[in-house]
Design a protein around this ligand. Sequence first.
Ligand SMILES: [Zn+2]
Length: 112
Amino acid sequence: MSTLPPCPQCHAEYTYEDGSQLVCPSCGHEWDPAQAAAEPAAKVWKDAHGNLLQDGDSVTLIKDLKIKGSSAVIKVGTKVKNIRLIDGDHDIDCKIDGFGPMQLKSEFIKKA
Ligand SMILES: [Zn+2]
């Protein structure tokens, strides 16, 4: 009748739902099936064209980038070597020749 999973501890099949929890009447184990099932998806980084990016990749800017607090602009087509993928709004950490350490958005670059 139900498709509830068996107890992960004692494998009894007579589990029942209690709110968002599942409860095993045999051993008293309670767990959250959503948490048990959902392995956190690994974050992937993609360039503007949807190519997967990896640490150490070389990329090219597809957009002029103004540098905050200065009048300098990093021109479209600038090559960036050895990127590092990070979490955040700007998801790429790198060093650009002549400009120094920089954080970029993956949507403004393409894999070289
Ligand atoms: Zn059990």
